[in-house]
Design a protein around this ligand. Sequence first.
Ligand SMILES: Nc1nc2c(c(=O)[nH]1)N[C@H]1C(S)=C(S)[C@@H](COP(=O)(O)O)O[C@H]1N2
Ligand SMILES: [Mo]
Length: 196
Amino acid sequence: MKTIISPINNRPDRLPPGQHWTNKLHVLGIADPPDIDLSEYRLEIFGEVEEPIILTWEDILDLEKVRLIADFHCVTRWSAADVEWVGFHVEELKKLVNIKDTAKAVMIHSLDGYTTNIPLKYFFDEDVIFAYRLFDQPIPEDHGYPLRLVVPKLYSWKSAKHVAKIEFMPEDRPGFWEQRGYHMLGDPWKEQRYSI
Ligand SMILES: Nc1nc2c(c(=O)[nH]1)N[C@H]1C(S)=C(S)[C@@H](COP(=O)(O)O)O[C@H]1N2
Ligand SMILES: [Mo]
């Protein structure tokens, strides 16, 4: 299995401004983790694509596996170093759907009702994966079981847990926290915490 080390781990300014290191991932979520039966789990890909598709859990496990090692920066100012995930790289999606030229951003829809938006330039990046394992275990319920997005270069509210749908959008539009004042992009090194 290929291992990707996020380039953020090798930055000279590895710890973004206003953050401090902590030794674990703290659980943050808008609701209790949803109950999930993997035999009924589906991942939907729709929006600005030629043919929308729906993947089963088996389809997801068939995608090429990749390991990612990346720091995790929460907007509430804690950062966890060298978090280790396994899953599939976002580029795998391009083998499954033809994304239209009109697509500009994605909205990730989660099973707990959470949503978050990411511009395509940050979504299709070298270190962005959909993960189903965390530190060599299936992702624990409260850390995003069964599948979560990991976007190391942005604050971790963009790393949606319990992913159910990937929507390709013609224009960027705010997700759950972005509608409530969080920044539309969320670059930790620019301290893009809030939009006001
Ligand atoms: N589905 C879902 N994903 C989510 C959230 C959420 O409430 N629901 N919270 C976000 C926020 S604000 C943070 S900081 C991280 C926390 O991830 P963790 O609980 O694994 O540490 O998940 C993000 N992804
Ligand atoms: Mo957060």
